[in-house]
Design a protein around this ligand. Structure first.
Ligand code: PMP
Length: 283
């Protein structure tokens, strides 16, 4: 693979970052993952705007240049012949040359790395078979709206889900589902789609926004509010959205079948329209 590090395109084994980089020492970094279909970027504008917001919330000295970012994304797609998959982008507060909790001087250059990942995103087995999730306490920090690289708890939760024979975890705070380890969570009851409202408790998914717009186009009813684990057990359908998963059906929660135990109609319709709309708008 050819990867990108601070202005250079390099073979992946020649790309390096300092051991003093604050991304490495403090998880002082932010990221975005943009999906590629047919060599084109899905939802690019939304990812770039969220990246700037994450940087601003953490007072990182970063001015995201959208045309320049688009050029780098496209160059990586081209150099790696990427047809379907993702582009990972990470900014950190850079390398102050030593370890110190206090932020480095303003003129410390942020670190930017980007790389491609090949992955089938259209016509997947998950779309056909659905996912199994388990519920676990949400032990993450209080600013989940900022897309930081502090992903240790989501990673542990994913491993716990796998240990219990499931695919992913839905995290729970005070009895209410927050979101999945790397996706937003939804249930459907009596034709109404229910998903947690935006706040600091969850990531403001780019896919979430587009899926809710699709729901509106399809004249489906939506309630943006927290839902309990018991409501999820009793739902007719459940699904999860993310940039690389689009809308993936969930067929089992804590070992209990959701509805019929088969992928639901609502998520299938949303997925179809999402792909159609976003492929039209892909850059
Ligand atoms: N929630 C969390 C915790 C995530 O990590 C992600 C994916 N990065 C999402 C939701 C979905 O966000 P998006 O649709 O922007 O990929």
């Amino acid at each position: 693979r050819t990867v990108y590090v601070n202005g250079d395109y390099l073979p992946e084994n020649e790309a390096t970052v300092s051991i003093f980089d604050r991304g490495f020492l403090f998880a002082d970094g932010i990221y975005e993952v943009t999906t590629v279909v047919d060599g084109k970027l899905i939802g690019f504008d939304g990812h770039i705007k969220r990246l700037q917001r994450s940087a601003d919330e953490l007072k990182m000295n970063i001015k995201v240049d959208e045309p320049e970012m688009l050029e780098i994304h496209r160059e990586l797609v081209k150099r790696n012949n990427l047809d379907q998959g993702m582009i990972y982008l990470q900014y950190t507060r850079g390398n102050p040359g030593d370890r110190d909790f206090a932020f480095p001087p303003e003129d410390t250059k942020p670190t930017l790395v980007m790389f491609t990942q090949e992955k089938k995103v259209v016509g997947t087995a998950v779309e056909e078979n659905g996912l199994k999730v388990v519920t676990l306490e949400d032990l993450r920090w209080g600013r989940r709206d900022i897309k930081t690289v502090q992903l240790l708890y989501p990673s542990l939760a994913k491993m716990e889900a796998k240990a219990r024979g499931a695919d992913d975890a839905w995290m729970v705070q005070d009895g209410f589902v927050t979101e999945g380890t790397s996706n937003n969570a939804y249930i459907v009851k009596d034709g109404t789609i229910i998903t947690r409202h935006l706040s600091n408790d969850i990531l403001h998914g780019i896919t979430r926004k587009s899926i809710l717009a699709c729901a509106q186009l399809l004249q489906m009813k939506v309630e943006e509010r927290p839902f309990t684990v018991d409501e999820a057990y009793a739902a007719d359908e459940a699904f999860a959205t993310s940039a690389s998963g689009f809308a993936n059906p969930i067929v089992e929660i804590d070992g209990k079948k959701v509805g019929s135990g088969k992928p639901g109609e609502v998520s299938a319709k949303l997925r179809e329209l999402y792909i159609e709309e976003n492929m039209k708008a892909a850059v």
